[in-house]
Design a protein around this ligand. Sequence first.
Ligand code: PLP
Length: 359
Amino acid sequence: SFNFSAGPAVLPASVLSQIQRDLQEAQGSQTSILEISHRSATFQKIIDQAQKRLRDLMKIPNDYAVLFIQGGGSLQFEMMPLNFANKTGKVAVLDSGSFAHKAALAATAVGKEGVEVASSRAEKYRFLPSLPSDFDPADYDYLHITANNTIEGTAYHANNLPQTTGRLVADMSSNILAEPYDITKFDAVFAGAQKNLGPAGITLAIVKKEWLAEQTLHNVGPMMSYQTYIDKDSLYNTPPVFAIYALNLVLGWLEEQGGVEVMFKKHQVMAGKLYDYLDHSDFYHALVKGDQRSWTNVVFTTGDAKRDAAIAEKADKAGLHNLAGHRSVGGFRASMYNAQADEAVEALITFLEQVRKEY
Ligand code: PLP
């Protein structure tokens, strides 16, 4: 069977086997991985290795900090404005999907101002909004984008990033390490682990240290301040040891696969096959057009909500799980992250074609 869930996502089989072994006893420590101390030498090696692997895989320069934080992408919607919206107090948001919208609301909720400078909300987020021609970066502390819109199936790919001379923050929760981005184009990047990095429970934040050094924070507690995580190497309080350990295993697997470029090719082949099938079908159609299409989340429909729901249910019984689109979009969503099996897309297309013939 295949799992097309938007997250938590499939983990590599080799990682799951390693976890099973380490649940009994982690690397000669005579303790289960669930029991090791975050202050142990065993764990220090793990978190250091995870950081080094991320630096290598994403080519993160030394003037950026690589931090592990709890609270998911959603907490980053609050931490980013608290740490970085200190001059104008305003965050510009390209409202490309419901997570961008949430980020704007969160900025306002923490006492800053989240301003949606462009939005495709009224068009159901079927395409990406672009920066208005009169956008002045000086009016805002930074611009927030969602690199990949998990729900709506659009993405600002590396060759399609908004052009701004101001600071740029990207939520890469659903395409981190799935496609290459030049990290130096961003001032901060974050991603919840549960799609491409590992199980839920840990979030990666990459922040430019020089930008952070410019900030004066008011009423921001230590847990909400990136500087704390920098000063304490992400070990200020007890981190989710297991989630970081599993993330490190996933990164090791990714290195063995050949890294981000290899993943990117894999996604272009997998999602490409599905888009190609949909584009040649008179029964299904993709909801997003052209080069704005996501490589990790493919959204499509037959145009009939009831029929879509019935087909998604039938797919589930046939071993193709979690294909129903998000409730705000409907239709189907096939999420294919880094650990997705190559055969999954073939199985899906075969199934869709069989169903088409039946109707
Ligand atoms: N941003 C994006 C692009 C997401 O896909 C998600 C969750 O799916 C989030 C943010 C929210 O992340 P979390 O559930 O880790 O808070």
